[in-house]
Write a protein that binds this ligand. Structure first.
Ligand code: CUA
Length: 321
């Protein structure tokens, strides 16, 4: 019983919980949930008490006038009042939840791909740049997400920060939110979109405004040339094996746009859309055995590459900080 209670309570916290809100919008949703739960518990208790009362009293002792009042009151009046209050209470935050962020707010375009997230930032006064499977936000600032998909329907969801919004091919959808707590959160795809639906996740780091500006400026820079010899060989192999056909590494000849931008891949919080830790071994496993990590992915596995080449590629990519 105790372990069950502990399990339920721990299930309410964490980096991917709607019941542990860290944003204005998620807080509204969580509050609505708790009010509804409290109401449901009260009504349940009332029904149980009435059931016990009905089972225990003799039918001759009943007052038919009172019974009729109870049936009409409990069966029609009370539900009508409760549902009306709930409707008003539930509809009230919707205009605010659907309103766009104020003009001049941070804008981020996120595109759902098979099976990863393309993320585009538009720094004020600077050029737009792209990264993948990671979003950083300044605490307390409103942000406007524009959500897109080129082929299948995904659903963009950061449970700790806001509700989910579908990404629909041929349409553009929007989500405005405002994080209120510094921390690391996890987002996921909330709409079944194909074989690796469960393997498209991402991290959201909410930081102080100054840390966010530093990160933004660093991400906007092109990549640094590989300094160490193994990594330099990895960079040559990257181009020689045609990785540049699909991937961009800003500051090099690699300008592909099909797969994720890898300019600062070594600095990311995870690899393969939240499915692997960011470390050299993971890069090697990814390149050689990608279909084992993420079935039906568009990238072919490069298992024909010798181990030393995989090591060099891993060193190069890990070095792209
Ligand atoms: Cu994308 Cu499910």
């Amino acid at each position: 019983m105790l372990s069950m209670a502990a399990f339920i309570v721990t299930g309410c916290s964490g980096i991917q919980s709607t019941l542990d809100p860290a944003g204005r919008e998620a807080k509204w949703i969580a509050d609505l949930f708790w009010w509804m739960t409290a109401g449901a518990v009260l009504i349940w208790l009332a029904v149980i008490l009435l059931t016990v009362y009905a089972a225990r009293t003799q039918s001759e002792a009943r007052n038919h006038r009172r019974d009729r009042i109870l049936i009409i009151g409990g069966g029609a009046v009370v539900p009508a009042v409760v549902l009306t209050v709930l409707l008003v209470f539930g509809l009230k935050p919707i205009p605010t939840l659907l309103a766009p962020a104020p003009k001049g707010s941070l804008k981020i375009i996120v595109t759902g791909e098979q099976w990863w997230w393309r993320v585009r930032y538009f720094p004020p006064g600077g050029e737009a740049f792209e990264l993948a499977n990671e979003i950083r936000l300044p605490v307390g600032e409103p942000v406007q997400f524009q959500l897109e998909s080129p082929d299948v329907i995904h659903s963009f969801w950061i449970p700790s920060l806001a509700g989910k919004v579908d990404m629909i091919p041929g349409r553009v959808t929007y989500l405005a939110l405002q994080p209120t707590k510094i921390g690391l959160y996890r987002g996921a795809c909330a709409e079944y979109c194909g074989t690796s639906h469960a393997l498209m996740n991402f991290y959201v780091e909410v930081t102080r405004k100054e840390d966010f500006s530093t990160w933004l400026a660093q991400q906007a820079l092109p990549s640094q040339p590989a300094a160490e010899s193994n990594a330099a060989r990895g960079q040559e192999l990257f181009l020689a094996n045609g990785c540049n056909a699909c991937h961009t590494v800003r500051g090099t000849r690699a300008q592909g746009v099909i797969g994720p931008d890898l300019t600062h891949v070594g600095s990311r919080l995870s690899l393969a859309a939240g499915t692997m830790p960011n470390e050299p071994d993971a890069f090697q496993r990814w390149i050689a055995h990608i279909t084992e990590v993420k079935p039906a992915v568009n990238m072919p596995p490069f298992h024909m590459l010798p181990t030393e080449d995989l090591r060099a590629l891993g060193a190069y990519l890990e070095g792209l900080k």
